[in-house]
Design a protein around this ligand. Structure first.
Ligand SMILES: NC(=O)c1ccc[n+]([C@@H]2O[C@H](COP(=O)([O-])OP(=O)(O)OC[C@H]3O[C@@H](n4cnc5c(N)ncnc54)[C@H](O)[C@@H]3O)[C@@H](O)[C@H]2O)c1
Length: 334
């Protein structure tokens, strides 16, 4: 039996080859299948877990020292349980911001230029149908430009800031940001208007883009009331977790006559599509399982070594509430 500490990759996660290279010299990498016996055996000796860690997985890991999230959201980790046992939870916020921010820009361009809807129409009709590419019940009006439009960003962390920079410098957009946890002066320093009142951001933005974690406080932060506050022509982009938007309300609002039929929504879930989610009655331009952070250079599996290695070097983002904004100096292999 190896005396190296064990990093267990929780299925269905798979370790990226770059992660393997970083971890192999110092740690034994264990990659069990989902078979309950094999998994239980692996968890029993796990010093570090990489992947999604439920309360059951946590309870089955008695010698655990750290949990590494191959991503930035910690909604699928039992952070409270880990905190109660003094186990730090480290995430990879900052490892994927460019990939996700670029994806948001891609969705915005697809919406205003009617790229996806034109493609669908062309393939359905098997011919070029001219102006109908750009008009119709759900997509009235000609394509637009991003320049001069206003984007309201909810959540001004790694992704929100990068998106703000891209919109401001790349597209001459006005950028508003709502994030009660970020110093407004810091927001302003980045050429972005801090908005303390979410309702005001919703009412004045042409695009609203969500980049905040899914927590009890943020679940359904965009609901029926908030959707009503948005301008009739505005677009909603959600590249955070699906649960931040009340999807039934979105479907109702977009289908209602009180909301002009021009309301469009790009909704992309970074979690798996949920069976209980309503089939979309809304003509959306992006209701699909998003792979926004899965680029060749930035995929979350590649971010694993960042989380684990940063824990070992002491430069980490700690998601456990009682340890937020602290630095850990303990070494996994100490
Ligand atoms: N689609 C994808 O592939 C993908 C990839 C990475 C992350 N994400 C999601 O995006 C989220 C943001 O990622 P990030 O890397 O920018 O994280 P981050 O931690 O750097 O930033 C999140 C920001 O949200 C803010 N926030 C928290 N509660 C808020 C609230 N009630 N209202 C407004 N702002 C609030 C925080 O203060 C923080 O500044 C993640 O939590 C994750 O759920 C999705």
């Amino acid at each position: 039996m190896s005396d190296r500490k064990q990093v267990v990759v929780v299925p269905p996660y798979e370790l990226h080859h770059a992660a393997r290279e970083v971890l192999t010299p110092e740690f034994a990498i264990v990659e069990p299948s989902a078979d309950p016996d094999q998994l239980a055996k692996a968890l029993a000796g796990a010093h570090a877990l990489v992947g999604l860690v439920s309360a059951d997985v946590l309870a089955a890991s008695p010698v655990l020292e750290v949990i590494g999230i191959p991503g930035s959201g910690w909604d699928q980790i039992d952070v409270a349980g880990a905190t109660a046992r003094g186990i730090p939870v480290v995430n990879a916020a900052g490892a994927q911001h460019a990939a996700v921010a670029e994806h948001a820009v891609g969705l915005m361009l697809s919406l205003v230029k009617r790229i996806a809807v034109s493609d669908r129409l062309f393939h359905a009709e098997k011919r070029f149908v001219g102006r109908d590419h750009f008009t119709g019940d759900a997509w009235p009006g000609w394509p637009e430009e991003l320049g001069g439009k206003t984007i309201g960003i909810i959540g001004f962390g790694f992704i929100g800031r990068d998106l703000a920079r891209k919109c401001r410098l790349g597209f001459d957009m006005t950028v508003l940001a709502y994030d009660p946890y970020v110093d407004p002066d810091e927001v302003a320093r980045q050429g972005v208007a801090p908005v303390a009142d979410l309702d005001r951001l919703l009412g004045t933005s042409d695009f609203v883009s969500l980049h905040l974690p899914l927590t009890q406080a943020t679940r359904h932060i965009i609901g029926e009331r908030e959707l009503r506050l948005m301008q009739p022509h505005s677009y909603l982009i959600n590249l955070s977790r699906a649960g931040t938007v009340a999807e039934e309300a979105l479907v109702r609002q977009a289908g209602s006559t009180s909301c002009r039929s021009s309301r469009k929504a790009a909704r992309a879930s970074s979690s798996k599509p949920q069976a209980e989610q309503p089939a979309s009655a809304v003509r959306t331009d992006g209701r699909y399982p998003a792979a926004s952070s899965h680029t060749s250079s930035r995929c979350p599996r590649r971010a694993c070594p960042l989380t684990c290695a940063s824990f070992m070097t002491g430069t980490i983002h700690v998601a456990s509430p009682s340890r937020r904004n602290t630095r850990a100096s303990s070494r996994l292999n100490a």
